[in-house]
Design a protein around this ligand. Structure first.
Ligand code: HEM
Length: 234
């Protein structure tokens, strides 16, 4: 099939799955800002709006379908990243990001696979911290650490009480930032938005978008540290 057999087809798969993952990440960041609102504004009777969001998603059929869809997207993006990198090595050896003009090649462009691997490692930790304790626990009818599966507010407090976890998350966020600053505009170029004017615009959009996403997530971690009154232990 064209999408898998040709080099441009494989790049299209990377671009489409990558763009869908950026949309997920944007939505996920916005959803998590509800926690920041809870910490900053607070609610009557100690209720947390963030828990309501987590209850709404919970283990409903639409959340389960979205989770399965996400897993497919991540898998496709990863498998095609390895195929493309191997193909580039075969074609050009170590000089794998060959360009003919004077344009400098961005550091992130040459290190997308390494950044992607750091992101996957961070994701494994993150899924263990949240998905395993929340969606998976709810599916199994379990309660971990005495915290209810839908009590997202308490889970965030617990996870970011540990300074080691916070450092790992910040390294993870840096890798995500670098990956997105190249990934977003590169996808748009593959999908045909590659006129000179639009390319420059997409490069700017990539930096702004990546920064907003990462600052949004970082604000959740900082809010949790403030809410916990510092680090209380791992
Ligand atoms: C401060 C940062 C973050 C917080 C507080 C956070 C919070 C959460 C929570 C509470 C869940 C569990 C939802 C549930 O299963 O009920 C979750 C799941 C998930 N998170 Fe995050 N997240 C953060 C950053 C990220 C980042 C940066 C990524 C991706 C690079 C990410 C990817 C995911 C994925 C793929 C899932 C599983 C989604 C699903 O089950 O459908 N998260 N996160």
């Amino acid at each position: 099939m064209w999408l898998t057999s040709s080099s441009i087809g494989r790049k299209v798969v990377m671009s489409v799955t990558g763009s869908a993952l950026v949309l997920f990440l944007t939505f996920h960041m916005l959803m998590n800002l509800v926690y920041v609102y809870d910490v900053a504004v607070g609610t009557a009777a100690g209720e947390h709006y963030y828990d309501k969001v987590c209850e709404f998603l919970g283990t409903n059929w639409y959340a389960l379908i979205a989770t399965a869809g996400l897993a497919v997207l991540v898998l496709l993006h990863l498998v095609f990243a390895f195929i493309l990198t191997a193909q580039n090595y075969k074609a050009r050896g170590k000089d794998r990001y060959a360009v003919s003009g004077k344009q400098p090649v961005h550091w992130a462009a040459k290190n997308m696979l390494v950044l992607g691997i750091i992101i996957i490692l961070g994701m494994i930790l993150h899924l263990k911290d949240f998905w395993y304790n929340m969606m998976f626990a709810e599916l199994m009818g379990d309660v971990h650490n005495g915290i209810e599966p839908a009590a997202g507010y308490d889970w965030i407090n617990l996870v970011f009480a540990c300074p080691v976890t916070v450092v790992i998350y910040f390294v993870w966020f840096c890798a995500i930032w670098y990956h997105l600053t190249h990934g977003i505009w590169s996808s748009m170029q593959t999908l045909g938005l590659n006129g000179k004017v639009w390319l420059d615009r997409w490069i700017t959009i990539s930096y702004v978008w990546a920064t907003i996403i990462v600052l949004g997530f970082a604000s959740v971690v900082v809010a949790a540290i403030i809410n916990n009154g510092g680090f209380t232990g791992c």
